[in-house]
Design a protein. Sequence first.
Length: 94
Amino acid sequence: MHGYPYEVTLDSSANTYQVLSDPNTSGTFTAVGSAVPISSNPVVLSATTTLVFKPNGSVSATAGSQTFTISYQQRIATITVSNYGSISSSIAAQ
């Protein structure tokens, strides 16, 4: 990670994720490449979520929540990203 903020948007309607960066630290994020499919299989993302990662290690959700779910074939993965980038997950049957 460079010394500027990054943003990751998980789009629940398109089932994609997009990485963006703000190298000028102006608050304006620009796409790094194009959106990438979350899976080639039909998954359901609980909500569109945007996470901002700052150079000091802090993470915040500017859309959605820092906890979200991804469902696939009767299984639900709950993913939580802490304020400092620690990621935990659990998988349960529907």
